[in-house]
Design a binder for this molecule. Structure first.
Ligand SMILES: O=C[C@H](O)COP(=O)(O)O
Length: 214
């Protein structure tokens, strides 16, 4: 099984699927993969999330990693891992979720906001943290905390779009989580999966270009 942290650091984008309707989900997932997305997070507040995770594990086996998002506590972590989630992402920091994931060999990237929370998460065994909500914290905040906290991988989440994605990496993000600007629900409802793929390519192409100039 591929190492999730390695995948996160290599591909640098996590697609966040929140509230996708089950009848559209498989085509949306396929469209994202066709656009180069390699890590997909189905949030646990999406109706039928565990069943969707389980289905995607076999449907997209070898093409993309499938994890669970909005994992708020150990009960949700248990349900997500039972469904086959390959990584767990949370908006909050709960040491019990980190411990549960570690016991089962599943990567946990908890949500953090402050330097104290980042270090707490790291000490509890998280190999990376989700810095959230970035749209409110701002890029300057990220670059400032990078001074003292320069070795903890940061998955910056919130407010990422195709024009500013490069700024997130310049400010110190190792990876980004992208929701609304990557998966436009209107396109999904209208069956415009070609547009979803084209949009995904804008993001994955931006990451490739940034990698090539480094
Ligand atoms: O937890 C995920 C974030 O709410 C996604 O934010 P975004 O839609 O601004 O990318």
């Amino acid at each position: 099984m591929p190492n999730m942290l390695d995948m996160l650091l290599e591909h640098k984008i996590v697609a966040i699927l929140r509230g996708i309707e089950d009848r559209h989900a498989d085509r949306a997932g396929r469209a994202l993969i066709d656009g180069g997305v390699k890590l997909m997070e189905i949030t646990m507040n999406t109706a039928g999330a565990p069943a969707m995770i389980e289905r995607w594990r076999s449907l997209f086996d070898g093409e993309a990693a499938v994890g669970a998002g909005t994992v708020l506590d150990a009960d949700m972590a248990r349900d997500a891992i039972a469904a086959g989630a390959q990584f767990l992402i949370s908006p909050n920091l709960d040491e019990a979720v980190i411990a549960y994931g570690r016991e089962r060999g599943v990567a946990v990237w908890p949500g953090v906001m402050t330097p104290t929370e980042i270090v707490r998460a790291w000490k509890a065994g998280a190999e990376a943290v989700k810095l959230f909500p970035m749209a409110s914290l701002g890029l300057k905040y990220l670059s400032e905390i990078r001074g003292p906290l320069d070795s903890i991988p940061i998955l910056a989440t919130g407010g990422v779009d195709a024009d500013n994605i490069g700024d997130y990496f310049k400010a110190g993000a190792n990876a980004v989580g992208i929701g609304s600007k990557l998966l436009n629900m209107e396109w999904v409802r209208e069956g415009r999966f070609d547009l979803v793929t084209a949009q995904a390519k804008r993001f994955t192409g931006a990451v490739r270009r940034l990698d090539s100039v480094q």
